[in-house]
Write a protein that binds this ligand. Structure first.
Ligand code: FAD
Ligand code: SF4
Ligand code: SF4
Ligand code: SF4
Ligand code: SF4
Length: 411
């Protein structure tokens, strides 16, 4: 019997899922079992749309449909949690299982601590994540760097540091490092991301650390909660999955890969944040870039931290109506409301109509604020620092001390 903290290799006992799954189909089998056994009412996950560059969110209630979503879509840059808030009443009146990359997992917690999602009703299946590739750029990269028509590609994967494609007549892999040096490869926010194994979910699943006869045919599952242990144990008892202990060397390799991904992310942060400049130079850069804004609201619409019914950016006394580009206050409001909790999911940049590097600006701020206040978003239910400021107490302190450094009270 597995318990919280245990790690196993797991795979589906069903031949079809074994074949269709990315690494043995354990995740698909677990989701199917969760639906069949009525642990959940539905599964929110991602399926291939018209082609592999078209990842679509899908809500499945019939267990027979789960296998259609098997496999990993590395051009699937969606963020699922806000859909639970928007379309499923925050899982307040139904039980939902969901697949979550690291950024999805962080978004779940930031929404949950703001009472926008009821985590008690969510079964979180985490997916380790080395990164995802923006779909439009993937097509361009495959055409220009691989010399292959992107429409001929029927499978892509990221393995051993390479982006590999299978297409009519062959297979080709190019090192991510090489691709990223030339401006291709993983999204910029993914290059900066340090949430590689989402341990704040119920089960963290991935291929890192699966070696020996099971390599490529099983998923490494880290049991992160009692709820995760219950699902794994029940699914195994019902013979939906089979498990075996991990090979110790595999464990060691998994740890080393995770550490090396952290080092890469630190390097990317230093490089990308460094390019923004400091102080006034950074402000000027942000002012220049945001001057392209057409106020399409996609950044707000897709940010998991933006959920307010009456957004301040729409109030004319704060942001004058009818101006494009909007006054800089539009962006300042977002920086001040979001920066401490930004989870670096990249949505506000990827979906920006004017390609403004919003996520880069916000993440750069978040990292600075984390250094100042020690608050890390997305990893647990802790509230951000500013949420802890009680106005009356703070006003009294200000008038008695005369200082406007409200943040000092937390030191
Ligand atoms: P399957 O049975 O194939 O089920 C996979 C489930 O994931 C399906 O339900 C599918 O709908 C869902 N899914 C597919 N794409 C997405 C997506 N983009 N977002 C959310 N859900 C999705 N593991 C590592 O160890 N190292 C990595 O670097 C790594 N990078 C990954 C990057 C991405 C973008 C994704 C999606 C996964 C990554 N994984 C990584 C996890 C790994 O690829 C497998 O998903 C995992 O091992 C489970 O395999 P399986 O056969 O049990 O899953
Ligand atoms: Fe994966 Fe992190 Fe990129 Fe999200 S931000 S897709 S978790 S690498
Ligand atoms: Fe994601 Fe951008 Fe919101 Fe940060 S500000 S959480 S990167 S959408
Ligand atoms: Fe709420 Fe501020 Fe985001 Fe508007 S910008 S939705 S007010 S957090
Ligand atoms: Fe402006 Fe881009 Fe946000 Fe649209 S998504 S409002 S263009 S910053």
């Amino acid at each position: 019997m597995a318990a919280k903290g245990d790690m196993v290799y797991a795979w589906s006992t069903n031949e079809d899922m074994l074949a269709k799954g990315e690494c043995g189909g354990a995740v698909t089998a677990l989701l199917k079992y969760a639906l069949e056994s009525k642990m959940v009412d539905g599964v929110l996950t991602v399926k291939k749309g018209v082609d592999l560059y078209d990842a679509q969110p899908v809500f499945i209630t019939d267990p027979a449909d789960i296998a259609k979503a098997a496999g990993s879509l590395h051009c699937g840059t969606l963020l699922l949690p806000k859909l639970i808030k928007k379309y499923f009443n925050g899982a307040k009146d139904m039980k939902i299982a969901i697949t979550l990359k690291g950024c999805d997992a962080m978004a779940m917690y930031e929404l949950a601590k703001r009472n926008q999602i009821n985590l008690d009703n969510v079964l979180m299946i985490g997916l380790n994540c080395g990164g995802s590739v923006e779909p439009g750029m993937a097509r361009e990269m495959i055409e220009k760097k691989y010399g292959v028509n992107p429409d001929d590609v029927h499978k892509e994967e990221i393995d051993k540091g390479q982006f590999i494609i299978e297409y009519e007549g062959g297979e080709k892999g190019i090192a991510m490092d090489e691709l990223e040096e030339e401006g291709y490869g993983r999204r910029l926010n993914c290059q900066r991301c340090k949430l590689k194994i989402p341990r704040q979910t119920d089960l963290a699943c991935g291929n890192w650390g699966v070696i020996g006869p099971k390599a490529g045919k099983a998923t490494f599952v880290e049991v992160c909660s009692d709820k995760g242990a219950e699902l794994l144990n029940k699914a195994e008892k019902a013979q939906a999955i089979a498990t075996e202990p991990p090979i110790p060397k595999g464990l060691e390799i998994r740890g080393k890969i995770e550490k090396s991904m952290f080092r890469l992310a630190d390097k990317a942060r230093a490089h990308q944040f460094g390019a923004l400049g400091d102080g006034e130079a950074r402000l000027k850069f942000i002012l220049d870039e945001t001057s392209r804004c057409i106020k399409c609201y996609q950044c707000i619409e897709n940010c998991p931290i933006c959920y307010c019914e009456e957004c301040s950016t729409k109030k004319s006394h704060l942001v004058a109506h009818g101006q494009v580009p909007p006054p800089f206050m539009f962006h300042l409001i977002r920086y001040s409301h979001i920066a401490d909790s930004c989870i670096n999911c990249g949505q506000c940049q990827e979906l920006c109509a004017m390609d403004i590097p919003n996520s880069l600006f916000m993440h750069a701020l978040q990292v600075e604020m984390e250094k100042m206040f020690g608050f890390t978003p997305g990893i647990n239910m802790d509230l951000p620092v500013l949420a802890l400021v009680e106005e009356k107490t703070e006003r009294a302190r200000l008038s008695s001390t005369g200082t406007d450094q409200i943040f000092n009270i937390f030191k």
